[in-house]
Unconditional design. Structure first.
Lengths: 217, 105
């Protein structure tokens, strides 16, 4: 009989995608000494990724631009504390995520309980999907369709999905950032993927963003 | 969900599978469909196998979203520059500041 205990260890990391960028190390060193041109170079190297992260987390162009601005201002003031223990982009992304989460908390958003917003009963189960298999999804998902479906996720699901599946943070890191348990983040991530599957299998009904362009999450 | 428990993979039921699926995805390399302990179960439960495949596909495609899709407007950099210039001017004022209460040399 094949009997085994499920380990409760953290995900060892499915992907590390922050290889060094040519010229970045020199720019960091110069920016730490107050070189404005070097800081401008760092901005140009990382602005798109930081902005895209903010946009995905906030779902709002205006707020995403404000948070991108805040992230780089914080970066400038905290450059001296970067010691190179992790990739610069990882460090910058963590700084950005923390700022966005702080911003959301100030707005009174309860990040941990957001799973309730889409499904108050919490009864989203796999069995709901049995018998509705769609062979189109098995094998490939269009990137743009997934991007739209992610926009349509409830904020709590979207947050964990973006941090884990897109950004590559591990459950223990996300749990620390969201101040909740890893069991909670695993559950949120699973429900997010189930919801995405549901959205992607309804091609006749294009997913609608869960928030309008100007409203808060 | 985080508490280790003994799972009888040879006699797994779909509802038990549903319960442990988040942990199965969170441990190992995330390739639940290739987990040797689950091959018998997945072969006998095609709906569960299809679900696993779909969730794996979603997770794999999500990695491609890491590449940025949007760019902030020029206003963002202009605001950053303005703010830094303002900070710099304030710092310069601080440097020039003379404490009126300080003893004269």
């Amino acid at each position: 009989m094949m009997t085994q205990a499920l380990p409760s260890r953290a995900n060892p990391g499915l992907f590390k995608r922050n290889p060094p960028i040519a010229g970045e190390a020199e720019a960091i060193e110069a920016a730490q000494k107050g070189d404005g041109e070097a800081f401008a170079m760092l901005y140009n190297l990382h602005k798109r990724r930081v902005y895209t992260l903010c946009l995905r987390m906030l779902g709002n162009v205006s707020e995403a631009e404000d948070m991108t601005q805040n992230a780089f201002l914080h970066l400038f003031r905290k450059m001296g504390s970067f010691r190179g223990e992790s990739a610069f982009s990882t460090w910058l992304h963590r700084l950005t995520v923390n700022l966005v989460l702080m911003h959301l908390r100030k707005k009174g958003l309860n990040l941990v309980s957001l799973e309730e917003t889409d499904n108050p009963s919490g009864e989203e189960t796999i069995t709901r999907d049995y018998g509705r298999r769609d062979p189109i999804l098995a094998g490939s998902v269009d990137r743009i369709a997934l991007e739209r479906a992610v926009e349509a996720l409830p904020p709590g699901y979207r947050m964990v999905f973006v941090l884990h599946d897109v950004e590559g943070f591990e459950h223990n890191e996300i749990a620390a950032m969201l101040e909740c348990s890893t069991g909670n983040t695993k559950s949120q991530l699973h429900k997010a993927r189930l919801k995405l599957r549901e959205l992607l299998r309804s091609p006749g009904q294009p997913p609608q963003p869960s928030v309008d362009s100007e409203s808060a999450i | 969900m985080t508490t280790p428990r003994i799972i009888d993979f040879d006699h797994l039921k779909p509802d038990e599978f549903e319960h442990i699926l988040p942990d199965l995805f969170a441990t190992g390399d995330g390739k639940v469909s290739q987990d040797p302990r689950l091959q018998k179960f997945l072969a006998a439960n095609p709906d569960c196998a299809a679900l696993v495949k779909d969730l794996e596909t979603i997770a794999e495609t999500a990695r491609s979203l890491f590449e940025p899709v949007a760019e902030p407007s020029d206003r963002v950099w202009q605001n950053i520059q303005a703010k830094l210039a303002e900070d710099s001017a304030l710092a310069s004022i601080d440097d020039d500041y003379i404490d009126p209460g300080a003893p004269l040399d």
